[in-house]
Design a protein around this ligand. Structure first.
Ligand SMILES: Cc1cc2nc3c(=O)[nH]c(=O)nc-3n(C[C@H](O)[C@H](O)[C@H](O)COP(=O)(O)OP(=O)(O)OC[C@H]3O[C@@H](n4cnc5c(N)ncnc54)[C@H](O)[C@@H]3O)c2cc1C
Length: 335
């Protein structure tokens, strides 16, 4: 299946965040004729994401849906891009998941015995520093989203595939693949959405242990090298701007104190907007107005973007439809 646009290429990817970049690699590896455009400003989440991949997440200590399929697929694409670009993007690391109180710890212990959770759970952590307990989680790590997006952009630019441009919705519609993240969702062009602004700190702390990721107290602390850590994150559903706020800073400081300690220096305070349609489960498919869409990566873009990009490429190019669960048309009918 191929669409022909008046821009002279078969396909145009609109938006080169995590979604558009993963789709671009899928098309490039298949030798497809395409271009990528991005307006290079706005509320992109991929510019600030910590890239944490945590197999068992949330208050409910649940494995991410279909992680057994999506994680190997993500690591596979990331490894291929690492080889091509000669960089390291994926940093596997143990995750220390800490329970803030006895109730949470009791729930985690029950869940940890379940077969689909047990596979990710390592040793039990001793009670310490005000934590009620904890488990080591295996199989996770940090994906360097910003480096992936930036270096991929340089690569596609050198190939003559990438250019800076703003897409207007009324031209070339059939051949467009909208990977426009929260900007597209906030504009309303993909229907109802519930995006969430997130604030994140980069901190320097010479004495904090850099050999593992900490998750607890409603936040996370991710080592990024050279004594620095990404620390996050906040959720705000009303004000969807890119401005770091005082309230956000306060919340992040409290997470820092709890997960790391008092001795740290703030290097950066940033904000972005997570594209959310249905929790952190992405959706793909043809749009009523023409063209295709890939959006809704939520808080778990690093885990789901590669697998979803492959499914979308198969659908666009070969007509192979994905599981109905990921089909934007099915989702819209259920609303
Ligand atoms: C603070 C914070 C922390 C996060 N931490 C993590 C984490 O630890 N792990 C994780 O997996 N995920 C994390 N996320 C989520 C992750 O960042 C997102 O899931 C992911 O980056 C979304 O990628 P995207 O490509 O869909 O959207 P975006 O990154 O928003 O990219 C969309 C792109 O489209 C472009 N664009 C939009 N409209 C147009 C137009 N009309 N014309 C041209 N270009 C256009 C934009 O310029 C942008 O570059 C975090 C998010 C935030 C905000």
């Amino acid at each position: 299946m191929s669409e022909v646009s008046d821009s002279g290429v078969d396909w145009t990817i609109v938006g080169q965040g995590l979604a558009g970049t993963c789709l671009a690699w899928q098309l490039w590896e298949r030798g497809v004729d395409f271009q990528i455009i991005d307006r290079e400003c706005g509320i992109a989440a991929s510019r600030v994401a910590a890239g944490l991949v945590n197999p068992v997440t949330g208050k409910n200590f649940e494995p991410s849906p279909m992680i057994g399929e999506f994680l190997p697929e993500a690591l596979d694409l990331y490894r291929r891009v690492e080889e091509r670009l000669e960089v390291v993007l994926w940093h596997p690391m143990p995750i220390m998941r800490l329970a803030g109180n006895d109730d949470e710890w009791a729930k985690m212990q029950v869940k940890a015995a379940r077969a689909d959770v047990e596979v990710w759970v390592g040793r039990e952590l001793a009670k310490q520093d005000g934590w009620a307990g904890g488990f080591e989680i295996r199989g996770g790590g940090r994906f360097d989203v910003k480096m992936f997006v930036d270096l991929s952009r340089e690569f596609f630019q050198a190939e003559g595939i990438y250019r800076k441009s703003e897409a207007a919705f009324d031209r070339d519609v059939k051949a467009r693949v909208w990977c426009d993240g929260a900007a597209g969702l906030v504009s309303g062009m993909h229907g109802e959405a519930r995006c969430a602004k997130g604030e994140i700190l980069t901190v320097r702390a010479a004495d904090w242990d850099e050999s593992f990721i900490r998750v607890g107290a409603g936040g996370w602390l991710v080592p990024v090298g050279a004594g620095c850590f990404k620390l996050g994150s906040t959720y705000e559903w009303e004000r969807l701007d890119m401005e770091p706020s005082e309230a956000g800073m306060e919340r992040l400081r409290r997470i820092a104190m709890k997960l790391g300690g008092a001795d740290f220096e703030i290097v950066a305070h940033e904000a972005g907007v997570r594209p959310i349609l249905r929790r952190s489960e992405p959706l793909i498919g043809p749009m009523e107005a023409g063209g295709w869409m890939f959006n809704g990566l939520g808080s778990k873009g690093s885990l789901y973007a590669p697998g979803m990009a492959r499914r979308l490429a198969l659908w666009m190019l070969d007509g192979v439809e994905p599981e109905g669960h990921f089909d934007i048309r099915v989702f819209r009918k259920q609303l």
